[in-house]
Design a protein around this ligand. Structure first.
Ligand code: XMP
Length: 434
C-alpha cells in the first residue's frame, strides 16, 4: 500500500470501527491491529504514520491493565491515547469527546499524514497487489451477482483479465432475470471468463417436500458448495487453478472477533469447501466497509443497479416461498417481487427503503374473480428500514402506491387472489419469513 495509514490499536472497543471510518472520512487510510502487535510487525507497516490507542472494556484483563508494549513508544511513531468512555477510569488520557476535535490535528499536523486515501488510489494499489500475488496463475470466484462478489470480479478482471474464472451458479431461487443480468454485465460488458451453471432442476428436486426452514437452508447451502466444488474440480482438470477469490469485507473480519473484542458472528464466505481443495485466498476488498465497497464498484464502472443492490439472502427466494417449495408458488413470489421492485423504483423508493420483497405462504384462501369462486395463494409485501439488520422498522408506504402494487399483483400474477402488507418490526419478527 502506498497510501499513508493511521494504526488503531485494538483494546476491545466496539467503537474502533467508527474511529477507523472517521479517519478514512478525513481521507487517510486507517486499520485496526491487535494491541500486542510486535515490533517487527509494526516495522513491516511501512506506510504507517501514527498510532491511536483506543481504550476498550477489556482494558483490564484479570485485574491487570493490558500492556501495549514498550516497543510502541520506541517505534518513533506519534501516539495518541483515548480512554474508554464508561467509567473514564484512565484519567491520564482524554476521553473521546475531548479527543475528537484533536483528531485532525493529530493526523495531519503531528503525524504529517497525507489525505491520499481514495478509490482511484485503492483500485490502482489493489491491481498491483493482485498481480504480484497471483502472477500468471488462475483465480476462481463464485460470482453471485451480489455487491461484494461483483466488485471483486470487476477488480480482478482489471488486474488479470481472463485468468479470473467466474462461476455463476443459478440455484433456481434467483429473482426474475437475475442470472441473465449477471451474464449481461460480466460476460457481455466486462468480457469476463464466466462459467454459467444452471442448477435449477438439481436444487429444486432436492428441495421437494422439504418444509422446515433450517433444513431448506442447509440443502440449498450444501448443494451450492457441491456444485461449486464440482466446477472447481472440472475446471482444475483443464486449467490449474491456484487461487480462490472471496468478497470478504472489513466488518466480516472485525465481527469474526479480534483478540480483545468478543465474537459477534463468524463469517464464512465460501465456508465448508473441502480441505483437500488447496487454494490460496485472494481477498482484495477485505479492508473496505460496505459503503467503500460500493464506491469501489462505481470507480470500476459497475452499473448503479448492481452497486446499490439491496441485500438478498444466500438461499434466495427459497426462504420467501414458505414451507415446501412448489413451482407455482415460486413463480408467484418471483413475479410479485419483480412488480414490487418495479413500482418502488418508479416511486423513487428503491433508494430510500433498505429492503423490500414479497413472500408467499403455503396455504390458499377463497376469493372471487369474474363471478366465479377462486381458491388461490396470498402474497405478502414486506418493506423495512434498518441500519445493521439487527433491528428493523416498517416503511410507511403511501396508500395509493400499496393499492397500485396490490392491483398489479392480483391481475398479473397467476394463482394469487389476496395481498397483505406485513407490519411486524424486528424484533419480534425477523426480516425474512424463514
Ligand atoms: P433476518 O431474517 O435474520 O435477516 O432478520 C437479516 C438480514 O440478513 C439477510 N439474510 C441473509 N443473508 N444469507 C445471507 O447472505 C442468509 O442465509 C440470510 N438470511 C437472512 C436478510 O435478507 C436480512 O437483510
Amino acid at each position: 500500500m502506498k497510501q499513508d495509514m493511521i494504526i488503531i490499536l485494538d483494546l476491545g472497543s466496539t467503537e474502533n470501527t467508527s474511529l477507523a471510518r472517521e479517519i478514512r472520512a478525513l481521507g487517510v487510510y486507517s486499520e485496526i491491529y491487535p494491541h500486542d502487535i510486535s515490533a517487527s510487525e509494526l516495522r513491516a507497516l511501512t506506510n504507517a504514520k501514527g498510532i491511536i490507542i483506543y481504550g476498550g472494556p477489556n482494558n483490564i484483563i484479570d485485574g491487570e491493565p493490558i500492556s501495549v508494549g514498550a516497543h510502541l513508544a520506541e517505534s518513533g511513531y506519534p501516539i495518541m491515547a483515548i480512554a474508554y468512555r464508561p467509567g473514564n477510569w484512565n484519567a491520564e488520557y482524554p476521553d473521546w469527546e475531548t479527543a475528537a476535535p484533536h483528531l485532525k490535528d493529530f493526523i495531519f499536523d503531528t503525524c504529517k499524514a497525507t489525505a491520499n486515501w481514495n478509490m482511484k488510489n485503492f483500485v490502482a494499489d489493489q491491481i498491483e497487489l493482485i498481480r504480484s500475488q497471483v502472477g500468471d496463475k488462475k483465480v476462481l470466484l463464485a460470482l453471485s451477482g451480489g455487491v461484494d462478489s461483483s466488485v471483486v470480479a470487476a477488480l480482478l478482471i482489471k488486474a488479470i483479465g481472463s485468468n479470473l474464472v467466474c462461476v455463476h451458479v443459478n440455484n433456481g431461487l434467483m429473482r426474475k432475470d437475475e442470472s441473465e443480468y449477471v451474464i449481461e454485465v460480466f460476460e457481455k460488458q466486462l468480457a469476463a471468463n464466466l462459467v454459467y451453471v444452471d442448477a435449477t432442476e438439481r436444487i429444486l428436486t432436492k428441495l421437494e417436500g422439504i418444509a422446515e426452514p433450517e433444513e431448506k437452508r442447509k440443502i440449498i447451502g450444501i448443494e451450492f458448495i457441491r456444485i461449486f466444488e464440482e466446477e472447481a474440480r472440472r475446471l482444475g482438470g483443464t486449467c490449474a487453478i491456484s487461487f480462490l477469490a472471496q468478497g470478504t469485507i472489513y466488518p466480516d473480519i472485525v465481527e469474526s472477533g479480534t483478540k480483545t473484542a468478543t465474537v459477534i458472528k463468524s463469517h464464512h464466505n465460501v465456508g465448508g469447501l473441502p480441505a483437500d481443495m488447496q487454494f490460496d485466498l485472494v481477498e482484495p476488498i477485505r479492508q473496505l466497509f460496505k459503503d467503500e465497497v460500493r464506491a469501489c464498484g462505481l470507480e470500476l464502472g459497475l452499473p448503479d443497479e448492481m452497486v446499490f443492490r439491496q441485500p438478498f439472502p444466500g438461499p434466495g427466494l427459497g426462504v420467501r416461498c414458505l414451507g415446501a417449495i412448489t413451482r407455482d408458488r415460486l413463480y408467484a413470489v418471483r413475479e410479485s417481487d419483480a412488480i414490487l421492485r418495479e413500482e418502488f423504483k418508479r416511486a423513487g423508493l428503491d433508494k430510500k427503503v433498505w429492503q423490500y420483497f414479497t413472500a408467499i405462504p403455503d396455504f390458499k384462501s377463497v376469493g372471487v374473480r369474474n363471478h366465479t369462486r377462486t381458491y388461490e395463494y396470498t402474497v405478502i409485501i414486506r418493506a423495512i428500514n434498518t441500519i445493521d439488520a439487527m433491528t428493523a422498522s416498517i416503511e410507511e408506504i403511501e396508500w395509493p402506491l400499496l393499492q397500485k402494487i396490490t392491483a398489479r399483483i392480483l391481475y398479473e400474477v397467476k394463482n394469487v387472489n389476496r395481498v397483505c402488507y406485513d407490519l411486524s418490526p424486528k424484533p419480534v419478527a425477523t426480516i425474512e419469513w424463514e
